[in-house]
Each structure stands twice: as structure tokens, then as C-alpha cells.
Design a protein around this ligand. Structure first.
Ligand code: PRX
Length: 632
């Protein structure tokens, strides 16, 4: 059954209902899912704890709502279409029946390897259907998956394994991305030198490259599934049992494990998918994200598959073998809804319209954007050249913590305004707060974005450290969830997201904590201290600018810069590598020793005229020295 809104007045009506009586609003939607046992109470909440529970004592398995639910009505319909990195190579089309069988087979493998309800399973895999099968098999047996983006380094992977106390890793031998063949299993092998928690590793063979298999611990995926039954009874889960943990960066310390639970996430990911994209049966939908991020979880795997949609998984990159690759795929599968990140749009925009010319793109009905603010120029390019001015753009604002889309147009229903995420979805009660903690009511206001009332897909805790969850999200404004984003509500009541107001930077749509990058830089033995800030970057949205104090005794600057970059790649991964590194004699600090990041940000942006008052600095002269050595 569909809970799709069809008109703008329908949206306003649903929104009003969702605020007036949230429990009944969500209960009605949840009733269209398959529950092993219906819940007793719809919601219990307290943002002080925080303690949020939806659909209390409801029993379910999310995979029954993806697999069994669609088997008899659409068993032969494609669930996942997989497009490989290399255009000429065979693709794979997996029907709902096949997905059911593969998930069951792999569930049987997990059980054979001793995986039990509540166990943590790390998935460190490239974009192959087996990554989705692995996620669903975990959910089916009640294990908690934690997908780690396969571009993270062995150190970052080890941190996550240790933090969530995983006992199984699912991976692949290697990965094809553009021209590159990337080792994957060897990264896991390196990570496992830091921990002996992992009892079992299952390796999907993708590239055929040589790997070493450890007897008794490592098994090939294709051998493990051989002869396994194609049925497996789904384990009964409570609504509030953990479904997955996904690590994300914050303004302090190491990445934290955002915990999502079975019932609320299921309802929210499907409801938002159907409504935002206006998916109708038979449509072909494509989200270009990686399953290692929340977008891949909610809008490649769970949301679309819960809706019975056909979802495309693409292994490659937008520019290989040429910048027309996305559009070739759109035409090949007659994609109806296309969802990508502004950074990808800008990267393609650089190549002009020639790579688009050979393609019709006439199947497209809806375009989506996610991950960072979309600038007006990119919005118009996307609208004109990809959507041929006839496709609405859904600029979807949300976060790993929100589980699903929170502020977005409903495609073709909510009038678009370039660079505006427009209006909150039903059930989402926003508040704009001023620095003193007062809510700014009415239109034409700007402040920090908070959420006043729980929604089913929201974060429940940060794994292993509930207090961190409280301090990060629920302490800044009493009784509210604080998003970390700045926002403006314009004269029409439309929302425009202005970007992070904390020490988090958004590089190519990837969230990066400045403290995390600084820690990685400081690993270099000659680094004394560092400070990292973001600056506007034409393609990435924000670039990473690092100011570093070093002991230069026996190195050239060029050598040192390369070594620092290598250190970051080694500690986190290539995505965190600073774009610019400036070796500085000192950092602008207050008398109490606090780094004045505001000044460093302005210098990185090239805004030297508006540095503000620097007289309170311990050493005001340092500012001129830093400006003199600024990297263009
Ligand atoms: O700053 C916002 C930005 O991305 C952050 C969340 O990052 P992450 O948890 O990695 O999730 C990304 C995919 C949902 C937000 O705090 N962000 C995300 N979408 C938008 C956005 N900023 C502006 N407009 C968006 N549409």
C-alpha cells in the first residue's frame, strides 16, 4: 500500500495532521507494513535522556517487508540492476525472487559461521550487489551491520571494528573504480593486525587479484554459499532492536557510531523515498551514492527495496571512461529518478555539455541532490542540461543521524526554488534558534537548525557512549535535537541550508571533522601542532586547508607536505587528504591558548580584509606571517 502524497494541498494537509497528532499519523503509515506482532504504544520520548522509542513492543523483520512482501506480486521484477565499472562488461539484473534467495543463502552462511542476533558485522565492500545482499542478510538474522566505506584506510577500519566489537568482516578481494584496480582485502588484513576480534572474514571475488586467505578465518563468498538453502526464516526483531551502526564524523574526537533501529527506520526510509521521489510502480530509480554512506543505506538499499522499486547500483565513477558515463547509464536503463551530489554535478559541469549531447535523457522525471548545499549555478546546469527544464529537482537535506530525508520538495508537487531545500516533510518539526537559545519564529530569519519533535528514523544513540549522543545533539538547545547546520527561512517560509556551523567540513559531500584530520596530521613525527579549516572549493564544495607547525630540521617543505598527506591517507583515507598545506611559524592563539579558527578560515578563504580584531592574540604578528605564506 502506498502512502504517497499527490498534491500540494495534500502535502499541507498531511503536514498539519503530522503535527497535530504525530502518533496517529505515523501509526497509520506503519499499519501498511508487515509486523510479526503489532506495537502496543506508538511513541515514548524525552530529548533530555535522550530516550526515544517508536512502535514499542512491535515485532518485525525489515527483510520480510522487502522480500516476502514483494515475492508473489513482483517476484520477477528487477530489484537491483548492477552496472559494472567497465561499460562493455556484463551487467547483472537481480529480481525480487533472486534477491530473496540470495539473501536467504547468505543468511544461512552467517548462521553457519556462528553469527547471532545482536552480533556486529562489518561490511567493507565495493559497489556490488553482494554488499546489499550482505546488509539484508545481517538484518534477516538479527545481526547489526556496520558498513565502512571501502575508501577508508586500514587504521580507520580497525578503529570501527574495535569500537563496535565486530566479530565478522564481509569484504572483497579488490575493487574496480575507473582506471584503477584497488586492493580491498589486503586493507582488511592490515586492519586485523590491530585487533583479534574478528573470527570470520568472508571474501567476495570481484577482481580475481591475488589475496592471502588465513586458514580457519577467511572464506570465499562463492564457496560459502554453495549448497546453502534458498530459504531462511527471518528472525523476530523488536522495533527498537539495533538495525545498523554507521560511523560519521563530528566536531570532536573520533567518528561516532550512529545507531538506527529496526521499526522506525523502516517506516521512515520507505515513506520518505516514496514521497520525495514520487516513485510509481515500474519506475527505474538510480542513486549514485556508495553504500558506505547513509544515502546508500536509505536510498539505494532500504527505501527503494521496501517500496518494491528497481534500484540501480553503479560500480564506477562519473568520469570513466568519459564524462558521459552517467548519461549513458540513464539512457541504457531508462532511468526515471536520478539522485546524486552537487560535487558530481560540478565535476561534470567542468566538461561542458558535449559529453551529454549523444544522450536523450528523456526517461528522466525527477532529479535529486544530496550531501551539501547546491549552488545556484550547478542547480541551473542540472535543471537545464540534464532535466531539460522539465524535471523537478529535489534538493534533499538530511544527515546520517536523521536516517532519512527531512527537508525537501516533493517531486513535481512542491514548487522549486534553486538552492532551497524548501519545506519540511510531514512529521518534521523544525526550529530556527538564535545564539542565545531563543527560537526565531516567523519568516525571513536565519539561525541554527534544530528539530523539536521526534521522527521515526532518528538516531537513538551513539554506539557505546550514550552521553556523547546527548552532548553532541541534545545539549546545545534544551529539549531540541541540534543539527549542526545553519539555515535561513525566507519570506515564503522556504528553508535554505547554509552549511555547518561547527568544526565539521563537507568535502565533496563527505563529512569530515577538523579535529580528526588534525589528529591524523599530528601523527607525523615532525609535526608540532596543526589547525585545519574548510575553504570554498569550486568542485568539492569545501576543500581542506591545513596550517602546520613543523620541526623543519632535515626536510624540504615539499617533502614534508607529501609526507603529511601520506599520513592523513594512512590514518583516514584519501578523501581526507588536505588540498592545501601551509607550514607556519605559529598559530593565532588567544592568551588562554585557544586557536582563533575564525582568522584561519578567513585567510584560507582569501578574506584578508575582514579578519576582525586581532589585538587580543598572544602574538598578533603571527597573522601577517601566515598571510605572507598563504597558499593560493
Ligand atoms: O551540512 C549538511 C549537509 O551534510 C550534512 C550531513 O552529512 P552526512 O551525515 O554525511 O549525510 C549526507 C547525506 C544525507 C548536513 O549536516 N547536507 C546534506 N544534505 C544537504 C546538506 N546541506 C545542504 N543541502 C543539502 N541538501
Amino acid at each position: 500500500m502506498s502512502d504517497r502524497i499527490h498534491t500540494l494541498s495534500g502535502y499541507f494537509h498531511e503536514y498539519q495532521k503530522s503535527v497535530a497528532d504525530p502518533e496517529n499519523f505515523w501509526a497509520k503509515i506503519a499499519d501498511s507494513f508487515h509486523w510479526k506482532k503489532r506495537w502496543d504504544k506508538t511513541l515514548e520520548w524525552d530529548f533530555e535522556g535522550p530516550d526515544v522509542k517508536w512502535f514499542l513492543n512491535g515485532k518485525l523483520n525489515i527483510t520480510e517487508n522487502i522480500l516476502e512482501r514483494h515475492l508473489y506480486t513482483m517476484g520477477d521484477k528487477p530489484a537491483i540492476i548492477w552496472e559494472p565499472n567497465e561499460p562493455g562488461d556484463p551487467n547483472r539484473i537481480i529480481t525480487y525472487m533472486e534477491l530473496y534467495e540470495e539473501v536467504c543463502r547468505f543468511s544461512n552462511v552467517l548462521v553457519e559461521k556462528g553469527v547471532e542476533k545482536g552480533d556486529k558485522v562489518i561490511i567493507y565492500m565495493p559497489m556490488v550487489p553482494e554488499a546489499a545482499i550482505a546488509m539484508l542478510a545481517c538484518a534477516r538474522v538479527g545481526a547489526v551491520h556496520s558498513v565502512v566505506f571501502a575508501g577508508f584506510s586500514s587504521n580507520a577500519l580497525a578503529d570501527r571494528i574495535i569500537d563496535c566489537k565486530a566479530k565478522v568482516v564481509l569484504t572483497s578481494d579488490g575493487n574496480f573504480r575507473g582506471k584503477k584496480k584497488i586492493p580491498v582485502k589486503s586493507v582488511v588484513d592490515e586492519a586485523l593486525e590491530h585487533t583479534d576480534l574478528i573470527e570470520t572474514m568472508i571474501v567476495f571475488q570481484r577482481t580475481g587479484q591475488e589475496v592471502t586467505m588465513k586458514e580457519g578465518r577467511d572464506f570465499w563468498w562463492h564457496e560459502a554459499i554453495e549448497g546453502k538453502s534458498k530459504s531462511h526464516e527471518a528472525v523476530e526483531m523488536d522495533s527498537e532492536d539495533e538495525l545498523f551502526i554507521l560511523y560519521t564524523s563530528g566536531s570532536t574526537g573520533k567518528p561516532k557510531g550512529v545507531v538506527h533501529t529496526c521499526g522506525g527506520y523502516m517506516i521512515y526510509s520507505k515513506y520518505t523515498f516514496e514521497n520525495v521521489f514520487q516513485y510509481t510502480p515500474g519506475d527505474v530509480y538510480w542513486c549514485t551514492a556508495d553504500v558506505g554512506w547513509i544515502t546508500g543505506h536509505s536510498y539505494i538499499v532500504y527505501g527503494p527495496l521496501l517500496t518494491g522499486a528497481t534500484t540501480i547500483m553503479f560500480e564506477g565513477v562519473p568520469t570513466y571512461p568519459n564524462p558521459g558515463r552517467f548519461w549513458e547509464i540513464v539512457d541504457k536503463y531508462k532511468v526515471n529518478q536520478f539522485y546524486t551530489a552537487p560535487t558530481a554535478i560540478r565535476a561534470l559541469q567542468v566538461h561542458g555539455t558535449e559529453p551529454i549531447a549523444p544522450y536523450k535523457l528523456d526517461s528522466l522525471k525527477v532529479l535529486g541532490s544530496v550531501g551539501e548545499p547546491i549552488n545556484e549555478e550547478a542547480w541551473h546546469w542540472y535543471h537545464t542540461h540534464i532535466g531539460k527544464t522539465k524535471c523537478p529537482i529535489v534538493d534533499t537535506w538530511w544527515q546520517t543521524e536523521t536516517g532519512g530525508i527531512m527537508v525537501s520538495p516533493l517531486a513535481g508537487i512542491t514548487p522549486n526554488k534553486p538552492a532551497f531545500a524548501t519545506l519540511p516533510l510531514p512529521g518534521v518539526q523544525l526550529a530556527i534558534m538564535d545564539p542565545e537559545g531563543k527560537e526565531l519564529k516567523g519568516n525571513s530569519v536565519e539561525g541554527n537548525l534544530c528539530i523539536k519533535f521526534p521522527w521515526p528514523g532518528m538516531i537513538r544513540t551513539t554506539y557505546g557512549d550514550h552521553d556523547r549522543c546527548k552532548q553532541t545533539y541534545f545539549a546545545a538547545y534544551k529539549g531540541m535535537y541540534f543539527t549542526g547546520d545553519g539555515v535561513k527561512r525566507d519570506h515564503d517560509g522556504y528553508y535554505r541550508i547554509l552549511g555547518r556551523v561547527d568544526d565539521v567540513i563537507n568535502v565533496s559531500g563527505h563529512r569530515m571533522g577538523t579535529a580528526e584530520v588534525e589528529n591524523a596530521i599530528n601523527e607525523h613525527p615532525l609535526v608540532v601542532e596543526s589547525a585545519v579549516v574548510g575553504y570554498p572549493h569550486p568542485v568539492k564544495g569545501q576543500g581542506i586547508y591545513a596550517y602546520v607547525i613543523c620541526d623543519m630540521s632535515n626536510r624540504t617543505e615539499a617533502n614534508l607536505v607529501n609526507e603529511i598527506k601520506a599520513s592523513v591517507t594512512n590514518m583516514i583515507g584519501p578523501i581526507a587528504k588536505p588540498d592545501k598545506i601551509q607550514i607556519v611559524p605559529g598559530l593565532p592563539k588567544t592568551r588562554s591558548g585557544k586557536i582563533m579558527r575564525r582568522i584561519l578560515r578567513k585567510i584560507a578563504e582569501g578574506n584578508m580584509d575582514s579578519l576582525g580584531d586581532t589585538s587580543t592574540l598572544l602574538d598578533p604578528d603571527i597573522v601577517d606571517k601566515i598571510i605572507a605564506g598563504r597558499k593560493e
